[in-house]
Design a protein around this ligand. Structure first.
Ligand SMILES: NC(=O)C1=CN([C@@H]2O[C@H](COP(=O)(O)OP(=O)(O)OC[C@H]3O[C@@H](n4cnc5c(N)ncnc54)[C@H](O)[C@@H]3O)[C@@H](O)[C@H]2O)C=CC1
Ligand SMILES: O=C(O)[C@@H]1CCC=N1
Length: 275
């Protein structure tokens, strides 16, 4: 599975780092090659207990020996974290830096990392934890093939990957995949709530929604048919689904989804100017 096994340090042990690390360990990446840095004892302890990885409180200590550094802190912290990291390590160390941060461009990262030449941007999502992630990758012109291949194999270990040619494509991946699990969760929450209002207990309402969502997703995955055909197979003429879908149409659901995705892109663009 992993042709190359490098020492990887994750700077930050939050939701997304956890999802990727959990996925990597599940796929057999050696835990002793992974280090996570985080300021709180609790996060470090959980990472060590759950995945058997190394931990460090100090970012530079954790990253100094690494071949690959995954930047997994919030975008607004990246400047201070990166600048401190290279200062404490005495330079960027010519490591491969993989950023998962939304809205921070390669140029900006390079400036934060004292000109580090090996930077790849990735945009994963939380289902990586189950090996069902969807990640977009972007490497600037001139990136070595080895660095591209390693970044790709790392993210492919926790799901599917797509490369984008232009850096702006990362923002489109955010809208369609990075942020999108939350859209589906919101939809599922709404169904669950209304099922409860209709009289189902919470456990049954959750079962109804989770099994249906999983079944629908699996049908899309396993079928060659367009998604619209799968939809029409559920929609009997003059039946119940048609009425429900008509209600969505009246509420302009598709327009609303497009608007939401564009809002995600706009926010990423705004963040790129801000951070
Ligand atoms: N959560 C998601 O679904 C996705 C998140 N991302 C990106 O991943 C990055 C992290 O996001 P989350 O994991 O959601 O955030 P989070 O808040 O769960 O995790 C951030 C982690 O950084 C740690 N941290 C804070 N200050 C630190 C410091 N000085 N040094 C080292 N670690 C420090 C925190 O302890 C925390 O564990 C963000 O840049 C975000 O844009 C990308 C794709 C999806
Ligand atoms: O909400 C965010 O900014 C991050 C990036 C994609 C998912 N979570």
């Amino acid at each position: 599975m992993f042709d190359q096994q490098e020492k990887i340090t994750f700077i930050g042990g939050g939701n997304m780092a956890r999802s990727i690390i959990g996925g990597l360990i599940k796929r057999g990446y050696p835990a002793h090659l992974i280090t996570v840095t985080a300021p709180t004892d609790r996060t470090r302890q959980r990472m060590a207990d759950d995945f058997g990885v190394n931990t460090a409180e100090d970012n530079a200590k954790g990253a100094k020996e690494a071949d690959v550094v995954v930047l997994a802190v919030k975008p607004q912290l990246l400047d201070i974290v990166c600048e401190r990291l290279v200062a404490d390590m005495g330079g960027h160390g010519d490591k491969l830096y993989l950023s998962i941060a939304a809205g921070v461009t390669v140029d900006t990262l390079q400036a934060y990392l004292s000109g580090a030449p090996r930077i790849v941007r990735t945009m994963p999502n939380t289902p990586s934890l189950l090996g069902l992630g969807m990640t977009g990758l972007y490497a600037p012109a001139g990136t070595k093939q080895d660095d591209k291949l390693f970044s790709q194999s790392l993210m492919a270990a926790v799901g599917k990957v797509v490369w984008v040619e232009e850096e702006a494509g990362i923002n489109h991946v955010i809208a369609a995949a990075g942020s999108a699990p939350a859209y589906f969760f919101l939809f599922m929450e709404a169904i669950q709530t209304e099922a409860e209002n209709m009289g189902f207990d919470a456990e049954t309402a959750r079962l109804l929604v989770q099994q249906t969502a999983q079944g629908a997703a699996q049908m899309v995955t396993e079928s060659d048919l367009p998604i619209s055909t799968l939809r029409s197979q559920v929609t009997s003429k003059g039946g119940t689904t048609a009425e429900a879908l008509r209600t969505f149409e009246e509420g302009e659901l598709s327009t609303l989804v497009a608007k939401a995705m564009r809002a995600a892109v706009a926010r990423a663009e705004q963040m790129a100017k801000q951070f």
